[in-house]
Design a protein around this ligand. Structure first.
Ligand SMILES: Nc1ncnc2c1ncn2[C@@H]1O[C@H](COP(=O)(O)OP(=O)(O)O)[C@@H](O)[C@H]1O
Ligand SMILES: [Mg+2]
Length: 289
């Protein structure tokens, strides 16, 4: 028998729809015995010694609103079923990452974000999506997911339609929790760095929590002290070959990340689960080159 879908136990069903993950509520509001299908409940509140009759959303109608908000958060379809319980750590760093994600969800909104760094296929996007899913469906937070290079491409396309970068960034800067994936990816052009800087600055200035994943190392470059602050032009040159996130995104953004987030870096030998799946699904192992 297959195990229940991640969220069905709490009344949601999460599925793939096109490129994205979407959620629905397993029981229809129309059949709700509590509200009689209206989606509203009467309640009495006491305030300053006076009693008021109020109308508030029925819990099931609230779930429908949360499912709709989750469905517009643009989590990748492939991670629709990602959860904390299905993440299997293979080293202490991965164990710390899933613990951090769980703690983040438990303490939210009184908490800092996190940055996950590591090789491909090690579950970074899995953990971002598990966290966003929990926040959106269980806590009702407004969340969004964005892969940074796709955002750059979207903004470039927007220019052709007369839209400014700020217009496209606006909704991402206003959600309660934003996950930025593949941080450091891209050409490292001044346009990309300015866009990233604006997005992170807006979130930083408004005190909103942001989560990140990156394939680049979180270590500080050893020669950082001698090299000093990198301006945009020098940064574009330095960032092109570097494996360090600090070089890819520059001092200002890296410094903000240090303040906004906990860092976890998986070791370089952490297994790529995509390859492991291929090997276990194929008795002859991966194709030889
Ligand atoms: N530690 C893990 N436990 C369970 N599944 C994992 C783990 N690491 C990766 N996966 C699975 O492997 C696939 C690739 O993971 P993903 O999160 O996309 O990797 P990354 O973002 O680090 O490149 C996904 O299907 C994900 O659910
Ligand atoms: Mg990923």
């Amino acid at each position: 028998m297959s195990s229940p879908r991640a969220c069905e136990t709490s009344g949601y069903s999460v599925q793939r729809q096109g490129d994205f993950a979407t959620a629905s509520v397993t029981q229809n509001v129309r059949d709700c015995a509590d509200c009689g299908g209206t989606g509203l409940l009467r309640a009495t509140v006491n305030e300053n010694g006076r009693t008021y009759d109020v109308v508030e959303p029925c819990p099931r109608a609230r779930m429908v609103a949360r499912a709709a908000a989750f469905s517009s958060a643009h989590l990748p379809a492939v991670h629709a079923q990602a959860s904390f319980d299905t993440f299997r750590p293979s080293n202490v760093e991965q164990a710390r990452a899933v613990q951090l994600a769980r703690e983040f969800s438990a303490k939210y909104p009184q908490t800092r974000g996190f940055v996950l760094s590591g090789p491909v296929g090690t579950g970074k996007t899995h953990l971002l999506c598990a966290t966003l899913k929990h926040l959106a469906l269980e806590l009702g937070a407004r969340v969004a997911y964005v892969e940074i290079s796709l955002l750059y491409a979207q903004i470039r396309r927007g220019f052709q339609d007369g839209k400014s970068g700020g217009e496209i960034i606006q909704p991402l800067s206003q959600v309660d929790v934003l996950a930025i994936d593949e941080l450091g990816k891209g050409r490292g052009s001044a346009f990309e760095l300015d866009t990233l800087d604006e997005l992170i600055a807006r979130r930083y200035n408004s005190g909103r929590v942001t989560l990140f994943a990156t394939n680049y190392s979180l270590k500080s470059p050893e020669d950082r002290a001698q090299r000093g602050y990198l301006g945009t032009d020098a940064l574009v040159d330095a960032s092109k070959e570097s494996k360090l996130l600090a070089d890819r995104v520059g001092d200002r953004i890296y410094s903000r990340l240090c303040e906004m987030c906990e860092f976890v870096e998986f070791p370089g030998n952490t297994a790529d689960q995509r390859r492991t799946k291929t090997v276990s699904g194929n008795p002859n192992g991966p194709p030889r080159r």
